[in-house]
Ligand binder design. Structure first.
Ligand code: PLP
Length: 352
């Protein structure tokens, strides 16, 4: 059976972004591949990214993601970013997964073959040990030979005012100064782009930026290209007469004879339903409006004047004139949410 929608994952765009971000950070990358690699497909992304010399390893959010990635055998280290349950520690350590540690109890529960990254909470107030406690935990891990890394996470690095990010980084440096040398990492994509090289950091964790997107005030800091092109097939072409309506609720009414293409993607695939009324797609390179309500599995597009046939592709977003940023804005959300919401029916295909 043919997939009605495909996400083409560009190896050259991904590699170019990784090179640009490593250069900007002057650090190797711990590439976040959580949430199915921001919707791009964890299998495809890790396979394409693993050979890149600037990639040190991969970061995931959930123990299940860590286990799934370990089973793919990516050939590079995997760091789990959120706390495992006590029962999950041993099997994850057995798989070689690096574990976050934020308490003495967690440190003491690690088996002797585990590798730990000390998680320091410098102001995000989500996870981690406060700086004054982190030092003792880190020293304890180091004494047992388990301390591979230490990290923190910025709350505001993608915003124009960087004063709090600098404050957070200063707190992190205080902790690092009291520990033996470890792999230290702090910057997400916003941090890499806005702060550039950070003293003492051997790794950086740019997620969305690696997939090609920068906050609007940081565009142009590094050459980034959207990695994904999302396309969906035309499944039906028909003519709608003046006065007739299209889709649920009859929101859109034809003012003239209109050629309509039905396209096989909808909100169950992750396309934002709230983009109804503003959404456009590219058909034969032309920007065409989506007519009426976006449905669960389909959307209807005005293709008047074009020679469109069943089986043709419509470009839903890509690196060109219509991007995820547009779709997110139409849907009243952000690129992160749109990309990570991309459904399992969308086929991921690696391309050069
Ligand atoms: C998701 C995540 C990142 C990546 O963030 P981006 O904003 O996508 O660059 C980095 N570090 C941690 C701890 C994260 O959870």
């Amino acid at each position: 059976m043919l997939a009605r929608a495909q996400a083409l994952i560009s190896e050259s765009a991904l590699r170019g972004n990784l090179t640009a971000l490593a250069r900007r950070a002057e650090a190797r990358l711990l590439l976040p591949v959580k949430a199915n690699a921001y919707g791009h497909g964890m299998e495809a992304v890790t396979r394409l990214a693993a050979p890149h010399p600037d990639v040190w390893g991969f970061a995931v959010a959930m123990p299940r993601e860590a286990a799934a990635l370990a089973a793919l055998n990516p050939g590079k280290p995997i760091l789990l970013l959120t706390p495992p349950t006590p029962e999950e520690v041993r099997p994850l350590a057995d798989l070689g997964v690096r574990l976050p540690v934020a308490s003495v109890a967690e440190a003491d529960a690690l088996p002797p073959h585990a590798r730990a990254h000390l998680k320091v909470d410098t102001g995000m107030n989500r996870l981690g040990a406060r700086p004054e406690e982190a030092i003792g935990i880190g020293q304890r891990l180091a004494e047992r030979g388990l301390l591979e890394g230490a990290y923190t996470h910025f709350a505001t690095a993608d915003e124009p005012d960087l004063s709090f990010a600098h404050e957070q980084f200063a707190r992190f440096q205080t902790v690092l100064a009291a520990l033996p040398p470890v792999l230290a990492h702090a910057a997400n994509g916003g941090g890499v782009l806005s702060l550039g090289p950070l003293p003492g950091m051997s790794l950086a964790r740019p997620g969305l930026a690696a997939y090609g997107f920068a906050p609007s005030h940081l565009r142009g800091v590094a050459p980034l290209t959207p990695v994904m092109t999302l396309q969906a097939r035309v499944t039906h072409v028909h003519t709608v007469h003046p006065g007739e309506t299209v889709s649920y609720g009859g929101l859109w009414r034809a003012g003239r004879e209109t050629l309509v293409a039905t396209v096989g993607i909808g909100y169950a695939d992750g396309y934002p339903r709230n983009a109804t009324g503003s959404a456009h797609v590219l058909i034969q390179g032309e920007r065409r409006p989506v007519l009426g309500r976006i449905c669960m599995d389909q959307m209807m597009v005005d293709v008047t004047g074009l020679k469109v046939r069943v089986g043709d592709w419509a470009e839903v977003w890509g690196p060109g004139s219509l991007t995820v940023t547009d779709a997110a804005a139409w849907g009243g959300t952000i690129e992160y949410e749109v990309l990570t919401g991309l459904g399992a029916r969308v086929e991921r295909v690696a391309v050069g």
